[in-house]
Design a binder for this molecule. Structure first.
Ligand SMILES: Cc1cc2nc3c(=O)[nH]c(=O)nc-3n(C[C@H](O)[C@H](O)[C@H](O)COP(=O)(O)O)c2cc1C
Length: 325
């Protein structure tokens, strides 16, 4: 069985975490399934009211007694929702995307006072050190291969750099991981485990429209692009991030014409909302990572956790030792 020190820190069985995907991309059932299977589930609280955060935490607790995290985006954090999250005393508070001038320590201290472990996501070494110095218990090194909002550095270089920079604080590698090979590789790079987003979008619990799940299965991983177009459409300026999304008709229409998108933002957003509802994969931004090319089936979240753990264990026990002769 694959076990690393982070399993003791977070009281989980496998060093496999669900990213707290916001915007309705994580649901209590998905979070609970990941935690119940021995991973570390996380619920994305971005955009939710205090009441909705409490409701989600209760629904997760209804389905599992295992530890889970609540995820907040710092640059957009809503004080009432954050307070409601702390009041739930989840095992973890997962923080991401602070503004450059934001003081992280008060958020981390408050989470510690509520008895939570704190994970801090970083797309570069500097951000990782900032999170470590502010007191985070775990750093998520997020590479540019990942889906949704990401920075510039690739996981293969970022992971060991962050591991070295924040030692002895444990690091989870994120961005581009979707199977047991990825977990074994992350461990070899010095990480304590992995955190995944795209793989769980193509799970049975994911509430994405079936057409969007199918688009992930159909993708060969070569069809994503780093773009600000989804954020311009939603009207949210994201500090220090681009969004990795599929290069579809919607993105191609506005690429190089971002000024015109800004001018027509309201109409464009209405079109996106309608396209999402209709499952029109060409007319709504679809955030997923390059690892879509590694995802070939829609299965229960628990099976994703178990499969990754089994594959990595098999690799580490048999194939890799044989290489060392
Ligand atoms: C649709 C989508 C929404 C996301 N929303 C959040 C979020 O609200 N908070 C967060 O910390 N990370 C968010 N992420 C990033 C994930 O936590 C994770 O870092 C990323 O998905 C890892 O790369 P992968 O997609 O290759 O697994 C999101 C990712 C996706 C694909």
């Amino acid at each position: 069985m694959i076990r690393t020190p982070i399993c003791d820190l977070l009281d989980i069985e496998y060093p496999i975490a669900l990213g707290g995907l916001g915007g309705g991309h994580t649901q209590p059932a998905m979070v609970a399934a990941v935690s119940e299977a021995g991973g570390f589930g996380a619920f994305g609280c971005h955009g939710l009211s205090a009441a909705k955060v409490s409701e989600a935490a209760a629904a997760i607790r209804n389905a599992t007694e295992k530890p889970f995290a609540l995820n907040f985006l710092l640059f957009l954090v809503d004080e009432d929702a954050f307070r409601a999250g702390l009041a739930e005393k989840p095992a973890g508070i997962a923080l991401a995307w602070p503004r450059g001038d934001q003081d992280l320590k008060p958020y981390i201290d408050r989470a510690h006072d509520a008895g939570c472990k704190v994970t801090m996501m970083a797309g570069g070494v500097q951000e990782a050190v900032r999170g470590a110095e502010a007191g985070a218990d775990v750093i998520i090194a997020q590479g540019t291969e990942g889906g949704g909002h990401v920075s510039w550095m690739a996981s293969i270089v970022l992971t060991p750099m962050v591991v070295d920079a924040v030692a002895p604080i444990p690091v989870l590698a994120a961005g581009g991981f979707a199977d047991g090979r990825g977990l074994a590789a992350a461990l070899a790079l010095g990480a304590d485990g992995i955190l995944l987003g795209t793989r769980f979008l193509a799970s049975e619990e994911s509430q994405l429209h079936p057409n969007f799940k199918q688009a992930i299965i159909d993708s060969d991983g070569h069809d994503t692009v780093l773009t600000e177009i989804p954020d311009l459409a939603s009207g949210t300026v994201w500090p220090g991030a681009m969004s990795r999304a599929q290069r579809n008709t919607f993105v191609e229409r506005w690429a190089g014409r971002e000024w015109a998108l800004r001018q027509n933002q309201g109409d464009v957003l209405s079109g996106v909302v309608a396209a999402r509802k209709d499952g029109n994969v060409e007319e709504a931004p679809l955030s997923f990572g390059q690892d879509a090319g590694l995802i070939h089936d829609i299965i229960p979240s628990a099976d994703i956790v178990q499969r990754i753990a089994n594959e990595a264990e098999e690799l580490i026990k048999t194939k890799l030792p044989a290489l060392a002769g």
